[in-house]
Design a protein around this ligand. Structure first.
Ligand code: HEM
Length: 795
């Protein structure tokens, strides 16, 4: 601020010799003082302070002539401010009323008042109806535009847009200032002057804050940064021409020379502010970028450290807000420095970010008076690090802008509710919210919006640990209030603004859940036959905003608080969900599982006890195929999708050995399913039927018969020889005694499990199959919920 005052006085002194430039400078400054109540005594105090200061500093050298000169010029400037404020109040009124007209198109362009009311009513009704009236409205405007155009043509004072509109006939008529501006801009041949759109984007904020010099300056600063991104020549008078043409079209009935003067005056002042900045941002960005890029590690540390050191020296109380670790403070210092450069590089994004940051500072409860010393401290540090004035200017100007936007956001966002949250006192909060209108009470507690950013006081109080305030807020939201026409109950607003409120409370503030659920119950004071009516407002617990099934129950189960689960609201809504829908889905899902388990038991244990036949073997094989394809396939698919989902979202849990596994395996049921999948895969790999099938030989039966016959024949021959040799001697061939063998050839049996390879595999297969069976049974334990008695046993 001191620097701004110095620069202002310097400009006045430099322009003192020429009346024209001096008048212009003083007028601009007067424009920037419109929001301040400048009075004669205040001017005198300011003047005397400066003159006394000069006298003190210069001593003898400050002659009486110099003294009277300074007094005269400061009197002139102060008088001019008072004059500007008094005389230009009328202009401000004209600007604001015509701006409202230009943007509230219905009122001025529609033929009559009645139509306005219809349109407004239709708008309130919303949806399709409003669409219809929009169309009608468009037609109305078209007619009005034509009438206006013809009357103005007669007067010889028609605006460009009106004339073009007449020609355009069926063309869509621009109805807002922005549309009209773009239309006129294109017609006047400025379609390629894209910089105009940057000014247009901020024009509303400029006009509505015309009497707020700080805000206006802030808008001009950001616009100048945005314009700096365009290489084309910026001719500000072009904007003025299009602006006036558009306003003439949109404010046709009221427009007169006073309007012309007022808007010209406004634009000239804005243009002067913009002109002061044109060309500077590019140079400053380059200088600051270069300076920050060549900073060594030591210089960076110095900067980080000194920013806070100097800030604390300038504002010792600021230390109360920075009790974080050094690493965190260095991180903030880095961010601050980074923002000063980013402000030049991508002003739009940074302005958005600063709004969000400002709201976070509201949450931290930072008083705005700390910002000036913070900026001064940071600038002092930079000035000790460089001799390049451009770098210093660039840093100071950028950080100043950042700080001004932050302060504005904090001022706009610091509602009495936010201030009460910082005290974490329920009484304070109740007091703060007591003055809210009933219809807006809930939004006071749930939403603070500044620009495009918003925060929720409720969530902020949970984040900051102000649970007393949060509790009071939830209680206040869920009280049913009424006036003659309406009931007011914040449950809808709460769940619409925060669909995940239950999840949030489960994670961060479980103590608040009973209060929230209590608020969803209404009990009548009147009893009837010993009973009284109780209403449960559980709609939002059952379904979400899209009408889909809400995950409330899942969140509550994960939180695992038995006290919460026994709350009447949770009981009612969980019973409703279970009896109405979940029961059927659960049973359907489990039926499949029971069916698979049944088949598994049959294939592994039952069929083996039947005498072996081709039918039994084929059935065993068929059932096992079903298990491998249907059961294993389903398990594999489910596990794979869960694992991929967790990996993509980087959800892992770390086991004791440091091994990371996907988070879904943390749930017992999923881990058992995974183990079952592994068992089934192992069984498939070791399946004896498959291994024996490799040696299956369809002719093996006949070969076995031939071998058996040959063996029988040789046995017969041997006994004949013995008979002829006289008396009971065994016959030995060179190959030894001839023994008749019964040849059992399993290779002839399709789908047999009995073969040398199969026998080896069975040693692994059988134990794994037993484990798989156990896992199947474990997974089916869920079914116990259908019987309280079994559940009690299982639990
Ligand atoms: C131009 C001025 C300032 C800028 C650009 C600025 C910027 C920042 C940034 C970038 C953060 C980190 C936010 C995050 O990542 O969540 C932050 C946090 C913070 N700022 Fe500021 N800040 C400014 C002034 C101040 C002042 C004057 C104070 C208090 C006296 C203050 C108090 C804090 C606190 C308490 C935090 C939170 C630290 C934490 O997360 O533990 N800031 N500020």
């Amino acid at each position: 601020m001191a620097i701004r005052i110095m620069v202002g006085i310097n400009n006045i002194v430099l322009a003192m010799r020429e009346a024209g430039p001096l008048k212009m400078i003083v007028e601009t400054l007067g424009f920037q003082h419109l929001d301040l109540e400048v009075t004669i005594p205040r001017v005198e105090v300011f003047r005397d302070a400066i003159v006394d200061f000069l006298e003190m500093e210069l001593g003898e050298r400050f002659s009486s002539k110099a003294r009277s000169g300074w007094r005269s010029i400061l009197n002139y400037v102060g008088g001019a401010y008072i004059y500007v404020r008094r005389e230009y109040a009328g202009r401000l009124k004209i600007i604001s009323s015509s701006w409202r007209t230009a943007n509230n198109k219905k009122k001025d362009i529609m033929d009559g008042e009645e139509d306005d009311e219809d349109v407004e009513a239709a708008e309130q009704d919303g949806g399709g109806e409003s669409g219809v009236s929009e169309t009608e409205q468009g037609e109305g405007k078209g007619q009005a535009g034509s009438k206006k155009a013809s009357s103005e043509a007669k007067n010889g004072n028609g605006s460009l847009a009106s004339g073009e509109m007449n020609k355009a006939g069926s063309m869509k008529v621009p109805t807002t200032f922005n549309e009209m501006f773009l239309f006129n801009g294109a017609v006047m041949g400025f379609g390629s002057s894209l910089w105009m759109q940057e000014v247009l984007g901020s024009f509303d904020a400029m006009v509505t804050n015309v009497a707020n010099s700080y805000r206006l300056q802030e808008e001009c600063d950001t616009v100048s940064l945005n314009i700096a991104k365009y290489s084309s020549t910026v001719n500000l008078s072009e904007f003025k021409a299009v602006m006036l043409a558009s306003l003439r079209s949109l404010v046709p009935t009221d427009w007169n020379s006073a309007h012309e003067v007022a808007w010209t005056w406004l634009w000239d002042n804005i243009a002067r502010m913009l002109k002061n900045l044109l060309g500077k941002p590019a140079v400053q960005e380059k200088a600051l970028g270069r300076f920050l890029m060549i900073l060594t590690e030591d210089s960076q540390n110095y900067l980080r450290r000194e920013i806070f050191k100097r800030f604390f020296a300038l504002a010792p109380k600021g230390q109360d807000y920075f009790k974080q670790s050094t690493t965190r403070l260095y991180f903030i210092a880095d961010k601050v420095t980074e923002m000063t450069l980013e402000m030049y590089r991508d002003p739009k994004k940074v302005v958005e970010d600063i709004s969000a940051l400002g709201l976070r500072h509201v949450g931290y409860g930072i008083p705005t008076e700390f910002f000036a010393p913070f900026v001064s401290g940071a600038c002092e540090v930079i000035s000790t690090m460089t001799t390049d004035a451009t770098v210093e200017d660039a840093y100071r100007w950028s950080l100043n802008l950042v700080s001004r936007i932050l302060v504005r956001t904090i001022n706009e966002g610091s509602t009495i509710v936010m201030k009460a949250i910082n005290t974490n006192n329920a009484k304070q909060l109740e007091k703060a919210v007591a003055c809210a209108p009933r219809g807006k009470r809930s939004m006071w507690l749930l939403d603070i919006t500044v620009g495009t950013q918003s925060i929720s006081p409720l969530y902020r109080s949970i984040e900051s640990g102000s649970l007393e305030s949060a509790k009071a807020m939830i209680r206040d939201l869920l009280i049913i209030r009424a006036d003659r026409d309406n009931y007011y109950y914040g449950a809808d607003d709460l769940f619409t603004r925060h669909p995940d409120v239950i999840k949030r409370l489960c994670a961060d503030a479980q103590a608040l859940l009973p209060g929230l659920f209590d608020g969803l119950i209404w009990r009548s004071r009147v009893t009837q036959d010993g009973q009284r009516r109780v209403n449960f407002y559980i709609k939002h617990l059952v379904q979400d905003a899209d009408g889909k099934f809400n995950k409330c129950l899942e969140w509550l189960c994960e939180a695992g608080g038995p006290e919460i689960m026994c709350h009447p609201v949770v009981e009612l809504f969980s019973d409703l969900v279970w009896d109405g829908i979940a029961n059927r889905f659960f049973m359907f899902g489990k039926c499949w599982f029971v069916f698979t388990l049944g088949l598994f038991i049959i294939s592994q244990s039952v069929l083996q006890h039947f005498p072996e036949s081709q039918g039994i073997r084929t059935s065993t094989m068929a059932i096992r195929c079903f298990i491998y394809f249907a059961s294993l396939g389903r398990l594999f698919h489910a596990q794979l999708s869960e694992a991929i989902g967790d990996c993509r979202a980087r959800r892992f849990i770390r086991l004791s050995g440091g091994i990371r596994i996907p988070a879904y395996l943390g749930m017992m049921k999923n881990a058992i399913s995974f183990a079952l999948m592994l068992c089934l895969m192992l069984m498939l790999a070791e399946e004896p039927i498959i291994w024996c099938a490799a040696t299956y030989d369809p002719d093996a039966a006949s070969k076995a018969a031939v071998a058996a016959a040959a063996a029988a024949a040789s046995r017969l021959a041997a006994s004949d020889a013995a008979d002829s040799g006289g008396g009971g001697t065994s016959v030995y061939s060179s190959a030894g005694p001839v023994v008749a063998k019964v040849v059992v050839n399993h290779n002839a049996n399709l789908f047999t499990q009995h073969c040398p390879d199969g026998a080896v595999n069975l040693q692994v297969y059988e134990p794994v199959s037993m484990v798989a069976m156990l896992l199947y049974w474990t997974l089916i334990l869920d079914l116990s919920v259908v019987s309280t008695r079994i559940s009690a046993f299982v639990l």
